[in-house]
Design a protein around this ligand. Structure first.
Ligand SMILES: [Zn+2]
Length: 188
């Protein structure tokens, strides 16, 4: 369950929460913690997530959000069972992010090592030139990771204090990492 997906779904469904989020995004504002939390709680009380739970992606990103989530879930007699930390060396994380290429015509996405275009520098679908997005520039990525890394350390510390952290090796392909994630969930 990713907060980005939940926001887009709420906007499409034109719920009052969705309208509020749409206005903020249109003004270039971040979605505040209380709205993000509300979107998450709504989704957790619907469908499979209400009985089987869910894996959250993209929330919480700060220690403050972790505490808000704990408090809100406690009121529903639910809890975060496990915080899974997927560890990747910083150099590999930067290499992954800066290898993304996007076509100028329609935004089709490629990745130099994971999903390379058939013809170097050109989109497979429409042949338009591929470029690196401004936010995938190595310096921009490094700055963003420094800032987010400090915030995420606070999140990890929050769950470590209560014995709920499992660490997974994030090197190697997506299949291998996914299998490791499933293993730590099963072990719990
Ligand atoms: Zn394209």
């Amino acid at each position: 369950m990713s907060t980005g997906q939940l926001f887009r779904a709420a906007i499409r469904a034109r719920t009052s929460l969705g309208e509020e989020i749409r206005d903020l995004v249109a003004q270039g504002e971040l979605v505040p913690d209380d709205l993000a939390l509300q979107a998450l709680l709504d989704a957790l009380s619907a469908g499979d997530a209400s009985s089987h739970g869910a894996i959250l992606d993209g929330f919480p990103r700060t220690a403050v959000q972790s505490r808000l989530l704990d408090d809100a879930l406690a009121q529903l007699d639910r809890r975060v069972d496990l915080a899974i930390v997927i560890e990747v060396p910083i150099s590999e994380a930067i290499a992954r992010l800066t290898s993304r290429r996007v076509c100028q015509a329609a935004g089709h996405t490629f990745h130099l090592s994971e999903r390379p275009p058939r013809v170097s520098g050109h989109c497979d679908i429409d042949g338009s030139p591929l470029e690196r997005r401004a936010d995938d520039d190595p310096d921009v990525v490094r700055t963003r990771m420094d800032r987010q890394g400090a915030e995420l350390a606070g999140v990890v510390a929050h769950y470590e204090d209560t014995g709920r952290v499992a660490r997974v090796d994030g090197r190697g392909g997506a299949d291998r990492v996914a299998a490791s994630v499933v293993r730590v969930i099963d072990a719990r």
